[in-house]
Write a protein that binds this ligand. Structure first.
Ligand code: CP
Ligand code: NVA
Length: 309
């Protein structure tokens, strides 16, 4: 039973539950593509989106998903709520729970999400924290299945920062049998707690998860190449140091020579052309699937909302 459950990380979901979410996403997508975009699943339900950080995809896809499921969404920029004047996260969770049927939150610290989930009586959905981005990872799994027909045994390379997107990919991969090679500059590896979780899940599914500092090694024979920004939201003060430290980690055609011929290129977006990825790779019509990933956010979020809320 998923109803009432929080969606904070894919680590809390079994492979059967992830498969169920993906199957439902596929059926929402099929309906969407045949023109049936409206259902009554969220009729008379209201959802609050509490965002501490900017967003294009997550905000719009959730609001459109809620609208197409006949629910009502309320967007709350943190600065326009009493959170900005010191009301606690816990009191906010208790109050919002008296009004709405679910809370979608984008926060700086994952701890904030845990506090919100503890104090709320309605499901809390992680719309990105410093630790995880599970909604993105679910849409990425759907994209990999569409393009490659499976997850089990796929070789994926993640090149760049061991950040929230990388952490969620490690959990998603280890749960679904993807063999993931992460390559980061020294000092930017994913958190030890996430590596340990991924190792635990992969011992159950047989997937191989490896972290190294060599982009060439990671990309060699990979079918899926993934990258994300070098400077995540909230790290702006580290920008100069990061741009120096990530030299040699750009995904460009020189690096992609090591990949399998029919590789796909993935990026959660927004991208910084000329930094983590070259423009020609991002725009390559044969290999780049970044806009399919963005579209799939809409379909997977409908599945999350309809099963949890
Ligand atoms: N990929 C993603 O979460 O994008 P936004 O920051 O635009 O929501
Ligand atoms: N790692 C990026 C992802 C943006 C969708 C960030 O946290 O800013």
């Amino acid at each position: 039973m998923l109803k009432g459950k929080d969606f904070l990380s894919l680590k809390d979901f079994s492979i059967e539950e992830i498969t169920k979410l993906l199957r439902l996403s596929i059926s929402f997508k099929q309906e969407f593509l045949t023109g049936k975009r409206v259902s009554n699943i969220l009729k008379n339900k209201s959802l609050a989106l509490v965002f501490e950080k900017p967003s294009t995809r997550t905000r719009v896809s959730f609001q459109v998903a809620i609208n197409q499921l006949s629910g009502y969404s309320i967007y709350l920029d943190k600065s326009s709520t009493q959170l900005s004047r010191g009301e606690t996260v816990s009191d906010t969770g208790k109050v919002l729970s008296r009004y709405v049927d679910g809370i979608i939150a984008r926060v700086y610290s994952h701890q904030t999400l845990l506090e919100l989930a503890n104090s709320s009586t309605v499901p809390v959905i992680n719309a990105l924290s410093d630790l995880y981005h599970p909604c993105q990872a679910l849409a990425d799994l759907l994209t990999i299945i569409e393009k490659k027909g499976r997850t089990k045994g796929i070789k994926m390379a993640y090149v760049g920062d061991g950040n929230n997107v990388c952490n969620s990919l490690m959990i998603a991969s280890s749960k679904t049998g993807i063999n993931l090679m992460v390559a980061t500059p020294p000092g930017y590896e994913p958190k030890q707690e996430v590596i340990e979780l991924a190792n635990k899940f992969s011992s159950e599914t047989g997937s191989k998860i490896k972290v190294s500092n060599s982009p060439e090694e990671a990309v060699t024979d990979a079918e899926v190449i993934y990258t994300d920004v070098w400077v995540s939201m909230g790290q702006e003060e580290e920008k100069d140091k990061r741009l120096r430290d990530f030299q040699g980690f750009q995904v460009n055609n020189d690096l992609l020579k090591f990949a399998k011929k029919d590789f796909i290129f993935m990026h959660c977006l927004p991208a910084h052309r000329g930094l983590e990825v070259s423009s020609d790779v991002l725009d390559d019509p044969l290999h780049s699937v970044v806009f399919d990933q963005a579209e799939n956010r809409l379909h997977t979020e409908k599945a999350i909302l309809s099963l949890l809320v």
